[in-house]
Design a protein. Structure first.
Length: 266
């Protein structure tokens, strides 16, 4: 989570951030800036909680992950729930609504996105809050999954972002989804696919789909190649989805998504 500016800047300021900390959302998503979606906690056999900011919300990423998990668990009810507000992890640690939601029901996994880090690399932000969140997730016997953000358009920062999250997982065991590596591979292999939104920071629909695929394989350990195409993504045809599934599978082969997962979580 690249963070040097206030998390409540307008969309124009998102051009200067690689991940907004607050309520600025890519206009392509159709969501109103400053209005995170309301939290709904449905009853479900398989439930995943996502804690993040506009990068988590954009372009139906939670809904895409839910559809993938539904395909993985046929005959069972599945819900992917987004925590209230768009917050950095250190801010979220002080949010009673987020803590209450975490403890409200059993979760298969909890996805943690929005670790602060300097976009210039000149400043080092504390990871203590992320480490504490991992502990809290394990207390409720859920799988902690760290969500390192993709690199900004034209910026070679995948390794730095990923290594920061690995440093958290080495202190408090958690899965680390290799999302940035998947984006890099896709940009190399399919340069005409648009992964970034127009701000060069958030995801376009294809980028959100690829991130969801990497979260899916990290949570389940299953290959993305076993997934069917998602029919609800009208702007993403079957050919593109197939290409992205292959990218995700190849990335998972080269950068193991579950390498840093806790031993007591399967």
């Amino acid at each position: 989570m690249r963070a040097q500016l206030s998390p409540r800047l307008a969309v124009a300021a998102a051009l200067m951030l690689s991940a907004c900390g607050g309520n600025t959302l890519n206009p392509e998503t159709g969501a109103e800036a400053g209005k995170p979606p309301a939290v709904v906690v449905p009853s479900a056999d398989v439930a995943v909680l996502m804690m993040g900011n506009s990068h988590t919300s954009a372009n139906q990423l939670p809904g895409q992950l839910e559809a993938m998990l539904q395909a993985r668990f046929p005959g069972r009810t599945v819900a992917v729930v987004e925590a209230p507000k768009w917050l950095f992890l250190d801010e979220r640690l002080a949010d009673p609504m987020s803590l209450a939601l975490l403890r409200s029901r059993p979760w298969l996994a909890v996805v943690l996105q929005a670790q602060k880090y300097s976009s210039s690399g000149a400043y080092r932000y504390s990871t203590a809050a992320a480490e504490e969140w991992v502990q809290e997730v394990r207390k409720v016997q859920a799988l902690p999954v760290l969500f390192p953000e993709w690199p900004r358009q034209g910026v070679a920062e995948t390794a730095r972002i990923y290594d920061l999250h690995v440093s958290i997982a080495r202190k408090q065991a958690a899965c680390v989804a290799p999302i940035g590596q998947a984006w890099d591979l896709s940009l190399t292999r399919h340069p005409t696919l648009t992964l970034h939104a127009s701000d060069g920071n958030h995801s376009a629909m294809a980028g959100a789909h690829l991130a969801a695929l990497m979260l899916y394989t990290t949570i389940t350990g299953a290959s993305p190649l076993s997934l069917p195409p998602l029919t609800q993504l009208g702007s993403l045809d079957g050919t593109v989805q197939s290409q992205l599934r292959q990218v995700a599978a190849d990335t998972a082969q080269s950068v193991a998504p579950r390498l840093h997962c806790p031993d007591d979580k399967t």
